[in-house]
Design a protein around this ligand. Structure first.
Ligand code: TRP
Length: 334
């Protein structure tokens, strides 16, 4: 039986952090044996709100690729590729643009809230507004059956499947395939300050590439229970990010339960718990850091992996584009 095809993607706007790791990277590492997996570094999508800073995006394409490899993505099993180097995606986007209305795009809740957050006002770029169409092209170019994404990406998958159905109906074909979103069971990891969202600009994230001293400082500075002032005070475990992280990353569930009981009763200081969390995180992060160091010292190897990945990706996307043009009857010279 042939393996099912998976496509996932990331915008290369900054280094990947432990939220990415538990939310998606770990899954990708686990799935690469059982699925035919493609990972798209969506630099064109990143440019839709960073068009004035292509240098930043370019730099982060390499950073993100190194994060993947360091976290255990095996380029023999998973194809890593770069969106801007796959022109078929842009071409498909052109045809799909006709199948999506402005009204429909305005209703996409994720785009809607991003537009508000970005404060585009009257200067909303068409490219940003229409990126769900380009994302439909990403997904269909690979004829992906399964698309693991965060909750916020569900509207993109719905829009993709609408494009698929419209295309197939209008051009009387079965060329395009609908895909299924797979949403990870683990919820979004909170920031080190306890806020819901991890964000570079707030500085509440632990990056995969952080050195051990940075990780230690970030953990020692973590938000805990603000009412746990004296060591002897009873503390709260729920909503306390130090315990949230322990639950997510810690293996010794018994020890964690003991710490929780002790903390709730009083007599256990934050520093002690944080020191233990630091040990737990280092167990996860130090092998990743080590591997990353290798790739940082061998960047040409990373570039070669990306180049090979792109070649493999285009074998798939070229075929899809040709099928699409066939269905539309616009393959003039073949
Ligand atoms: N929009 C996704 C995000 O912001 C990134 C992305 C681009 C993507 N193309 C994709 C995800 C294709 C899945 C499939 O996280």
């Amino acid at each position: 039986m042939s393996k099912k095809r998976i496509l996932t993607g990331d915008r290369p706007t900054g280094p990947l952090h432990i939220g990415h790791y538990v939310g998606s990277l770990k899954n990708r590492v686990n799935m690469q044996d059982d699925y035919e997996q493609f990972i798209l570094i969506a630099d064109q999508q990143a440019l839709t709100d960073n068009f004035d800073n292509p240098e930043k995006i370019k730099k982060n394409v390499l950073e993100v690729a190194m994060d993947y490899l360091a976290a255990g993505i095996d380029p023999e099993k998973t194809t890593i590729c770069i969106q801007s180097q796959i022109p078929e995606i842009a071409e498909l986007t052109m045809y799909y643009m006709n199948l999506v209305t402005v009204a429909r795009l305005k209703r996409n809740p994720t785009v809607k809230s991003e537009i508000e957050q970005n404060g585009f006002g009257n200067n909303l770029p068409v490219g940003f507004f229409s990126y769900p169409v380009s994302q439909a092209a990403d997904i269909t170019a690979f004829k992906a059956e399964v698309v693991p994404v965060g909750e916020d990406q569900k509207p993109m998958i719905e829009q993709t499947n609408e494009v698929v159905r419209r295309f197939n109906r209008i051009y009387k074909t079965e060329t395009l395939k609908e895909c299924k979103a797979v949403i990870p069971k683990v919820g979004r990891l909170c920031g080190t300050d306890g806020s819901d969202k991890m964000s570079k600009s707030i500085g509440n994230v632990i990056n995969l590439k952080d050195d051990t001293e940075t990780v230690r400082k970030k953990i020692m500075g973590m938000y805990t229970d603000p009412n746990h002032i004296k060591v002897s005070d009873p503390g709260k475990v729920e909503g306390n990010p130090v315990f949230t992280y322990l639950d997510v990353f810690g293996k010794d569930k018994e020890k964690i339960q003991e710490l929780k009981d002790h903390y709730k009763k009083g007599g256990l200081g934050d520093v002690k718990v944080k020191k233990y969390l630091y040990e737990v995180m280092e167990e996860v992060l130090s092998p990743i850091r080590e591997k990353r160091k290798y790739y940082e010292e061998n960047k040409e190897e990373v570039m070669k992996i990306l180049e090979d990945g792109n070649k493999r990706a285009r074998e798939v996307t070229k075929k899809t584009l040709s099928d699409v043009k066939d269905a539309m009857g616009i393959n003039y010279f073949s």
